[in-house]
Ligand binder design. Structure first.
Ligand SMILES: [Zn+2]
Length: 441
C-alpha cells in the first residue's frame, strides 16, 4: 500500500516533516519519502493524502474501556465519591455482555479519533470479554483486569482474595499476551494503593517482572486521596509503590498531579513512566500536573483520556490541546510547545508502553500504525505550522483514515472493524440496565 502526497509528520528523533509518500508492506513501513513508491512493486493500493497529514497513530497511556458505558453517569463529584458512589457499584453491576459492549463502544470512539494504541485498565471480573472486543476492534492494546483486595467502600463483587487476584491476572496474561497477531499485551493493574494490600502490590511487581509485563496503577492523583494514604500507611504513595517494587521502565503511573519535585526526581532516576490525563484531572478537580517539570526532570510522560465518566470523551486531540494549554497556566507560556505535546501522544506514549521499537513514529521497519488527518478544511486553514495545526486546531473529526499493522480500520471516517452505529444503539439500550443493577436508576 502507498499513502501518497501527504504532509508526513514522522515524530522521529529529528521530528522531520516533509511532503512525500509512505510505503507499507506486510504490516510494516518499508519506505518514507519522495521515492517511497519505488519500494513497492506496482500495482498496489494507493491512498491519496493530498491536503492531509500522514502521522503515527495516537497512543493513549491511560484509559478504562469498561467505563465507556457509564458516560454521563458520574458528573460533578470529587474522586473518592466518584469511585465509591458511582464507578465501583457500576463496575460491580457489569456482566460479560455489558463489559464487551463497553469495550466496543470505547474502541470505536478511539479508532474513529485516530488512537491506535492504548494502555487500558479493566474491572475486577470478566476481563476476557474486554480482550475479545479488543481483538475484534483491530485496536492495539496493553490491557489488564483491575486488582483490588482491600479498602473502604469496595463493593463485595469487586473485592478479591489476594492470591485469587494474582492467579486470575497471571491466567489472563498467559492467555492474551501476543494474541490478535501480536496486537494485545497484558498489564498488571492494581487499582490504587487504597484498594490494594502490600502483598498484592508486591505480587504484581514480581509477576510482571517474571512475565515481562507492564504494571499500571493510579498515583498522586488527588490531595484527599494522598492524605488518606498517608494516614493509613504512614508514607506517600510514590514512595510506597517504589518500596513494593512498582517502579522502573515497565511501571506506568496514571496522573501524578500531586507530585513534589523530589518525587519527580525519584521517578526519573527509576525510569518510571507517567500518564498525564488533563481532562480527567480538571473534571475531578484534582489539579494541573506539572508536566513541563516532569519532562524536564527526565520522566517519560504519555497522554490519556482516562475513562468516559470522568472526561467525557476518549479523544486524544482534546487531551493534546488541553495538555498544551494547561502547561502555560502551570509553568509559563513557553512551556510544552505543540511539538512536545505531539511527541507525548505518539513516541513518548509508545515508550511508556515499552513499544518504542515497534510504533510511535513513521520510520522504516516499524509497524504501520498510521493515520491520515485533514489539514485543508476552513476550520484549520491555513496550516502554516503543521505541528501547531495538529495540537491547537485539529480535532478528531479531521481524521480520515486509520491503519493498524497496515490494515485499514477506518476509511474516510467510517469504522470498518465494528458497526459503530449498532454499537452506539446497543449502548443506549444497555447502559440504563447496568445503572439499574447498580442501584443508580
Ligand atoms: Zn483512571
Amino acid at each position: 500500500m502507498l499513502i501518497r502526497g501527504g504532509m508526513i509528520v514522522t515524530c522521529d528523533d529529528q521530528d522531520r516533516v516533509f511532503v512525500g509518500d509512505l510505503a507499507i508492506r506486510a504490516g510494516r513501513i518499508v519506505a518514507v519519502g519522495p521515492e517511497a513508491s519505488r519500494a513497492l512493486g506496482a500495482p498496489c493500493e494507493v491512498i491519496d493524502a493530498t491536503g492531509s497529514v500522514v502521522m503515527p497513530g495516537l497512543v493513549q497511556a491511560h484509559v478504562h474501556l469498561v467505563q465507556t458505558l457509564f458516560r454521563g453517569m458520574a458528573d460533578d463529584v470529587p474522586l473518592l465519591t466518584w469511585l465509591r458512589k458511582f464507578i465501583w457499584p457500576l463496575e460491580a453491576a457489569h456482566d460479560e455482555a455489558s463489559l464487551g459492549l463497553s469495550a466496543e463502544l470505547g474502541a470505536a470512539e478511539l479508532l474513529l479519533g485516530g488512537t491506535t494504541t492504548i494502555l487500558d485498565m479493566g474491572t475486577v471480573h470478566g476481563h476476557d470479554a474486554v480482550f475479545d472486543a479488543l481483538a475484534r476492534s483491530g485496536l492495539r492494546a496493553v490491557s489488564g483486569k483491575a486488582m483490588m483486595d482491600s479498602g473502604a467502600g469496595v463493593p463485595k463483587r469487586l473485592r478479591e482474595g489476594t492470591a485469587a487476584s494474582l492467579r486470575e491476572s497471571e491466567r489472563l496474561a498467559r492467555a492474551w499476551t501476543g494474541a490478535a497477531d501480536g496486537r494485545l499485551g497484558y498489564a498488571f493493574c492494581p487499582r490504587f494503593i487504597l484498594s490494594c494490600s502490600e502483598r498484592l502490590l508486591r505480587g504484581c511487581a514480581e509477576a510482571a517482572d517474571e512475565l515481562g509485563a507492564i504494571v499500571h496503577t493510579h498515583a498522586a492523583e488527588q490531595e484527599e486521596e494522598r492524605s488518606a494514604v498517608r494516614e493509613l500507611l504512614g508514607d506517600d504513595d510514590i514512595a510506597l509503590l517504589a518500596r513494593f517494587g512498582i517502579k522502573g521502565e515497565r511501571a506506568v503511573l496514571a496522573h501524578g498531579v500531586q507530585l513534589r519535585e523530589d518525587e519527580m526526581r525519584a521517578l526519573a532516576t527509576a525510569g518510571t513512566r507517567v500518564a498525564h490525563c488533563p481532562s480527567s484531572n480538571l473534571k475531578l478537580g484534582s489539579g494541573i500536573a506539572a508536566v513541563h517539570a516532569l519532562r524536564k526532570a527526565g520522566v517519560v510522560v504519555g497522554l490519556g483520556a482516562d475513562g468516559a465518566p470522568c472526561n467525557n470523551n476518549l479523544d486524544a486531540w482534546i487531551e493534546m490541546r488541553l495538555a498544551a494549554l494547561l502547561a502555560k497556566v502551570r509553568s509559563g507560556t513557553t512551556s510544552l510547545p505543540a511539538r512536545d505535546v505531539l511527541r507525548m501522544a505518539t513516541i513518548d506514549g509508545a515508550t511508556a508502553l515499552g513499544k518504542r521499537h515497534e510504533i510511535g513514529s513513521l520510520e522504516v521497519g516499524k509497524r504501520a500504525d498510521v493515520i491520515v488527518t485533514r489539514i485543508d478544511s476552513v476550520r484549520v486553514s491555513p496550516a502554516t505550522d503543521v505541528m501547531s495545526t495538529l495540537v491547537y486546531a485539529a480535532q478528531s473529526r479531521d481524521v480520515r483514515h486509520v491503519l493498524i499493522d497496515g490494515r485499514r480500520v477506518v476509511r474516510d471516517g467510517e469504522l470498518l472493524t465494528l458497526d459503530a452505529a449498532r454499537v452506539a444503539a446497543r449502548a443506549r439500550e444497555e447502559a440504563p440496565k447496568v445503572a439499574r443493577r447498580a442501584g443508580l436508576a
